[in-house]
Design a protein around this ligand. Structure first.
Ligand code: NAP
Length: 338
């Protein structure tokens, strides 16, 4: 069966996913696209040589009988409306992070999905499909380093544009650590705090960069995440788990060790698209396969909600510089059955 996918939002990640569905993955084709900028959507259809119709709106695309499943890759504030419309139409929907820009918005999606009675929503937390994070999880789950006690993380990017604001260090950047550490440690957060070290001269005046995010989990694990988005030297993701009897480190992406000019060196990637390329491929192939077998397995709407609640607490902690509790609603039994 070939799954007929409609894509809402043909910006950077939308184009990436369209390209991989067309050229790399199997079992699906992009038959419909839309974007706030229709000419741009039409241009992507042309560039990718798609046999796809450009729709006037996300709503029209979702309701179309020609579309089996929906990919939401528009900007964050438009996600909730599209995901709710897809649930209303009874269609599977893959939504890039954030699921919604507020915890309340995520909860409305959770409520709609529970009411529908079947999982339809997958959230684009691609690190669940990264080989290195899976190796790290295997080590933690098999108790090879004992119980995790402390986790040190870094999320470094070479530079950001002038639209990137201080809160986006949480909602756009550290959101990935917030999500993946819940999964890695099988735990939830109880409190968060944000510290501002000396500011880099490469950050624009409106932006605090770097930032340190401290989180405590229910099991008492302490986490520090260094978010540094004007680090200049590369796109660099680190995660080190300190356990009772050992330490486990997220593997670096494989690259050639070069000996030259009296130095040993390895390349550091500059681009997030390359760092998680394989994970995106596995993630979207997983979505296609699970829709084709009528059972979703990837990160759920509840994961989107949990990340949003924690991110909200971090943004509050940025403003107050105090320790802020993370208070989540009770997880509906619906998500325990997954
Ligand atoms: P982008 O390049 O700005 O693309 C967003 C696209 O959506 C643009 O073409 C934008 O049009 C369009 N758009 C805006 N409002 C819309 C609406 N109401 N209906 C339909 N289309 C609309 O951003 P991006 O980097 O692709 O990011 C898109 C989403 O993916 C964001 O939520 C982002 O956080 C997420 N993302 C996730 C990852 C990941 O690692 N999982 C990586 C990158 C991005 P205009 O340009 O005309 O505004």
């Amino acid at each position: 069966m070939t799954l007929k996918i409609g894509v809402i939002g043909t910006g950077a990640i939308g184009q990436e996913h369209i390209h991989r569905i067309k050229n790399v993955l199997s079992g699906a084709e992009v038959v419909a696209v839309t974007d706030i900028n229709k000419e741009h959507a039409a241009e992507v259809v042309k560039v990718e040589n798609l046999n796809a119709k450009v729709y006037e709106s996300g709503d029209e695309l979702i309701k179309s009988p020609d579309v089996d499943a929906v990919l939401v890759t528009s900007w964050g504030p438009a996600h909730e409306e599209s995901v709710l419309a897809a649930i209303d139409a009874g269609k599977y929907v893959f939504c890039e992070k954030p699921l919604a820009t507020t915890a309340d918005g995520c909860m409305r999606i959770v409520d709609a999905e529970v009411k529908y009675g079947k999982r339809l929503v997958q959230v684009g937390f691609m690190r669940h499909y990264d080989k290195g994070y899976n190796q790290l999880k295997d080590i933690i789950d098999s108790n090879n380093i004992g119980q995790p006690l402390i986790v040190h993380c870094a999320h470094h990017a070479p530079e950001v544009d002038d639209k990137y604001t201080t809160d986006m260090a949480i909602t756009d950047t550290v959101i990935h650590e917030i999500d993946i550490l819940r999964w890695l440690l099988d735990d939830d957060y109880v409190s968060v705090q944000v510290l501002y070290p000396r500011k880099t001269k490469y950050a624009l005046s409106h932006l605090q960069d770097p930032q340190i995010v401290l989180m405590e989990t229910k099991k008492g694990i302490r986490i520090d995440v260094e978010a540094f988005v004007n680090c200049r030297y590369g796109y660099d993701i680190k995660c080190e788990v300190v356990g009772e009897t050992g330490i486990a480190l997220l593997p670096e992406p494989g690259s050639v060790l070069m000996r030259s000019e009296a130095k040993k060196s390895v390349e550091i990637l500059m681009d997030w698209k390359k760092r998680f390329k394989d994970a995106y491929d596995i993630e979207i192939q997983g979505f296609i396969d699970s829709v084709n077998s009528d059972k979703l397995t990837g990160p759920s709407a509840w994961d989107g909600y949990a990340a949003a609640v924690t991110a909200d607490a971090c943004v509050k902690a940025q403003e107050t510089l105090e320790i802020v509790p993370v208070t989540m609603k009770t997880r509906p039994e619906f998500y325990n059955r997954l």
